[in-house]
Every structure is written in C-alpha cells, then in structure tokens.
Design a protein around this ligand. Structure first.
Ligand code: DOR
Ligand code: ZN
Length: 352
C-alpha cells in the first residue's frame, strides 16, 4: 500500500463500458447515478424485447436522453443485440449512421434476457466478417450455456471451446471480453492485444465466490458470470491496476427490483452504478496504483473503440461518503452494492 495517499485525485471524465439501464421507471431511477459519474456509457441491449435493429436502438437512445437529469451532458453509446437472424447490412447501417458503436453477443440463454441470443456462433460469420471490415467492436458475454456445465467453469469453457476458435476465424475482429472473472481470461486478452480487450467490474475486484455465502445466502451478490475463487479476484485486481492498456472500466451495473433478487429463483445482477467509481478508486489506492487509475477509467476504453477521450475532468476526494442503501423505483427499490456503507472516497467536482 502506498504511504502517501493524496487528498484528491483529478482525472479525465471516465466512461462506463458496460451498463444496463432497462427502460421506463427503472431507467428514470438508475440513469442519474451513472450520469453523475460517467460522461458516456456503453448501453446493453437486453431489453424485453431486445434492441436488435437500428430503429429500436435510435428510439431507446431517445428515451435515455430524455431521462437525463436537467443540465446533464451524459451521452449513451448504443449496442445492437445479435441474434441468429441479424443481417450484416443492418449492422453496418447502424454503425455508419452512428446509432450504435458496437454489437453484443449473448450466447442464447447465458443470462438475463439472453434467450433471443445466438444459438450457433459459427453461423454468425457473415455478420462478424462485416464488423471486422468496418472496424466495429464485438462485446461478448463469455459463458458456456449448457445448463449441465458447472457454473464456476462456464467462462473458462466458453473461452477454450468458443472464443479461441472465433478469434482464429476472425483475425481482424475487435473483441471486448466483458466482465472478466478468471485469471485465464486475463491472459487470453493479453495474448491477443491490442485488438482484444477486457472490462473488469467493481464487484469482481471486491468479492469472491465465498462472499455470496458469507453467513448465509446473499442474493444481492449474485451476478453472471458468478464471482470466482480468491486467486481470480487477486489476478483481476493486479490486471486492472497494472497500467496494461487492454483492460478498462465496465461496471455491468444491472439493477433488479428487490423482490426479484430476494426470491426463490433470484435474478442475476448487481446494482453498482451509485458506488462504482468510489469502489474502483479504493481498489487502485489499496494496490498502490492511483497513477494508473485514469488510464483504466478514462483513456483505454476510448482508445480501443477509436473515439476521442472526454474533454472534462472529475475530482475524486479521499473523504468518506455515506452511500445510499437503495434507490426507489415505483413501489419498491433496488439495493445498491456497498449501499449504506461509509466509503473512503467520494465524488467531487465534475468539470465539463
Ligand atoms: O448478472 C448479470 N446481470 N449478468 C448479465 O450478464 C446480465 C445482467 C442483467 O441484465 O441483469
Ligand atoms: Zn451485463
């Protein structure tokens, strides 16, 4: 741990390269928390029904813009949900018209609202070839989907059986492995850079699989991919804070109503939006790597995707702040990851 911790840290405004905003009342409730911390976010398309074409993505972007708090300059970056019937021309049209920045690959059934996902990834070749040609990035939820596969092995099996062959078939395709949870996936990213990158969530840096069962079953710590063993958490912390440009910030903030989490069959996803930067910067401090925080949070993502970094700055204060325990949505609420706690860092001034 670093001896001298500064009273504040000012960095370029960061981006969140993986968010779930949902729609309607949930969108209105959760969006301000992301917009308070991030200038832009890559928005996941797993709505019901999913965002699979240009007009749906344009309409969803308008609803997000309309849900921004007064005066917010937050900018959503959209994605297209790939299915077995996605057409290469549709993908290219949305990219050329700057409606979406990337496409999202959910193996069918891998997670929440992934049942319309891709059943045969090899058959997606025409779409991936087009993306390769136009320089559009593919974001991947990398988990094997056979329900018989051990849940803690799903990421590693996907990487060996599906991802590595895909990278070989499409040697120029830009790929983001999202919410990495294993040491082995980190090494795959390193071995295939710079056209392959990985995002790392705040929760996978701070919990392991035992946390989910600490003193009882903790549904609010259940997400997919599920947290793995401690050795993986330590490897993730090392990678995120290493200064390697192939890793960047993506929270996977995934709000669900309290009753949908605290249920006989609870939903996967952690609502980390309100505490994301505070958690990340704490990890960087603990690892003695505050000097690498700006790269991870604000530079590596835009550089990978080929868009400009943000012009403004955000100040992070080494001053304790009490986090909200939950955020109200209609007649219920969404429980905040690390909510109700005093976190050592808080958000300071944002300069556009
Ligand atoms: O835990 C998760 N929740 N993982 C995902 O991949 C999807 C997300 C959601 O949409 O709730
Ligand atoms: Zn997600």
């Amino acid at each position: 741990m670093s001896a001298a911790v500064p009273a504040s840290l000012t960095i370029r405004r960061p981006d969140d390269w993986h968010v779930h905003f949902r729609d309607g009342a949930m969108l209105a409730a959760v969006l301000p928390h992301t917009a308070a911390q991030f200038a832009r976010a890559l928005v996941m398309p797993n709505l019901v029904p999913p965002v699979t074409d240009v007009s749906a993505a344009r309409a969803y972007r308008e609803r997000i813009l309309a849900a921004r708090p007064e005066g917010s300059d937050f900018k959503p970056l959209m994605t297209c949900y790939l299915t077995d019937t996605t057409r290469p021309d549709e993908i290219e049209a949305g990219f050329a018209e700057q409606v979406w920045l990337g496409a999202k690959l959910y193996p069918a059934g891998a997670t929440t609202n992934a049942h319309h996902g891709v059943t045969d990834i090899a058959a997606l070749a025409p779409v991936l070839e087009r993306m390769e040609r136009i320089g559009m990035a593919l974001s991947i939820h990398g988990e094997a989907t056979d329900p018989a596969t051990d849940i803690f092995d799903r990421e590693s099996i996907f990487m060996e059986e599906t991802l590595l062959p895909l990278l070989k078939r499409h040697q120029g395709l830009k790929v983001v492995l999202e919410h990495i949870t294993t040491a082995e996936t980190l090494d795959i990213v390193r071995a295939h850079g710079p056209r392959v990158a990985g995002t790392i969530t705040p929760h996978h840096l701070t919990i392991n699989r035992t946390s989910i069962f600490q003193g009882g079953l903790r549904p609010h710590l259940y997400c997919l991919p599920v947290a793995k063993r401690e050795r993986h958490r330590l490897a993730l912390r090392k990678a995120a804070t290493s200064g390697e440009t192939c890793f960047f910030l993506g929270t996977d903030t995934a709000p669900h109503r309290r009753g949908d989490k605290e249920a006989a069959c609870g939903c996967a996803g952690l609502f980390v939006g309100p505490t994301a930067l505070q958690t990340y910067v704490q990890v960087f401090e603990e690892e003695g790597a505050l000097h690498h925080f700006e790269g991870f949070a604000s530079l590596n993502g835009p550089n990978f995707h080929g868009i400009p970094v943000n012009a403004g700055t955000i100040e992070l204060l080494r001053r304790p702040g009490r986090m909200p325990a939950a955020v109200a949505v209609e007649d219920t609420e969404v429980v905040v990851y690390r909510g109700g706690e005093d976190l050592p860092w808080s958000i300071g001034r944002v300069a556009a």
